[in-house]
Every structure is written in C-alpha cells, then in structure tokens.
Design a protein around this ligand. Structure first.
Ligand code: S6P
Ligand code: ZN
Length: 192
C-alpha cells in the first residue's frame, strides 16, 4: 500500500500576517544578524533593547515529509541607521530550487543576487507575486511603516545557505534617504 501524507490546512490571520497554529516560529532579533547592517554605531545603540526584526511562521515542522514548505514572514517596520529592517537573506543549497513569494500586507523590496554578480530588485506590495528562480539569493526589506507580511512556498529539500550572504553581503542596499527608500550599491560588498 502506498503511504499517503495527510492533507493539511493552515489559517493565515490576514490582518497581521501571522499563523496561530504554526508548526514552528522563528524569531530573529538584531543580535542574530548584527553583522548584516552597515551602521555599526546604530547597531550598538539598538542592541540595548535588541528588537525583534521579523518572525517566520512555518506550517510544517523541520523534519516533515511534505515536498513543499510554506511560511509566512512578518518583518516589523524600523531602521538600523538608514537601513530598513530586513531578513538575513540566503541562497538555497540546491541551486535548482526556486521559491515564490506572495505579499499580503505592507510595502517592501526584494533584493536578489546570483553567485556570479547579477542583481535584481522587485517591489513587494499586497498582491505582488515574486518568483525567485534557482540560484538567486534573496533578501526582503520592509520599506513601509507597518509590518511587511508575505507567504512563501519552496521545495522542502532546498536547504538554506546563509554563510554565502553573511560573508559577502548583498551588492545592493536599500536605505532611507529624505524619507524615501533608495537602492544603492553596497560599498562593503566583498565582490566589489
Ligand atoms: C525560505 C524563505 C522564507 C525566509 C524568511 C526569512 O526559503 O525564503 O521563509 O526564510 O523570509 O528570511 P531568512 O533569510 O532569515 O531565512
Ligand atoms: Zn528562500
């Protein structure tokens, strides 16, 4: 007899972007990613309160058998110096593994890069579907003044490579200038 997984239902709270019965919730504070921000004086000041920057609500546990993983990410509004709150960003270990994001709440940018230096940014607004092909690292940035919440779907065996981004950074930064988000080259990007 073939072994069938059971169908699964998750309920997203469309007001907050959260999933109450999430199988796992990842909470990332500034102290989990202080090296990712440019302005180390601002990091030092903010570390006193060590704010939560974002939460990820996963619908399946890490050791599940399902072929897709799905999650809601909710990034709080805020800045570290001129840089908006953002995710760490990662490559998928499997360079063939793509991902789809659907934004439900808020306003932001997704910044993507390949290992050989190609870059791409796209807006994130409610209703936006961002397709991230295999081989593209991806980071999301909340450029608004309310939480940015998006739903993600990716192959469960994709794996996550955080070191590539932590070591080199992203070639592009999203900063606030005169109250507006601007995309600028990262002067500290290791490939530059
Ligand atoms: C997983 C997917 C998202 C992120 C989440 C947090 O492939 O891209 O669920 O995990 O947005 O970002 P990060 O970079 O801390 O994993
Ligand atoms: Zn991903």
């Amino acid at each position: 007899m073939p072994h069938h997984l059971m169908p699964m239902l998750s309920q997203i709270d469309l007001q907050h972007g959260t999933i109450k019965d999430a199988a796992e919730v990842i909470v990332r504070r500034l102290s989990d990613m202080q090296g990712h921000y440019q302005d180390q004086n601002a990091v030092r000041d903010l570390l006193q309160e060590d704010p939560i920057l974002y939460r990820v609500y996963l619908t399946t546990p890490p050791d599940h058998e399902y072929q897709w993983r799905t999650a809601m990410s909710v990034i709080e509004p805020g800045k570290v110096g001129a840089e908006y709150y953002m995710t760490k960003g990662h490559f998928h270990k499997d360079q063939q593994a793509p991902e789809v994001y659907l934004t439900l709440l808020g306003k932001g940018q997704i910044v993507m890069q390949t290992h050989d230096g190609q870059t791409e940014t796209q807006p994130m607004l409610p209703g936006a579907v961002n397709y991230i092909p295999g081989g593209w690292a991806h980071r999301t940035i909340n450029t608004g003044d309310s939480p940015l919440a998006f739903f993600a779907v990716w192959p469960a065996d994709a794996g996550h490579d955080y070191a590539g981004v932590a070591d080199r950074g992203f070639p592009l930064l999203v900063l606030e200038e005169n109250g507006q988000p601007v995309v600028v080259p990262n002067p500290h990007y290791e490939g530059s």
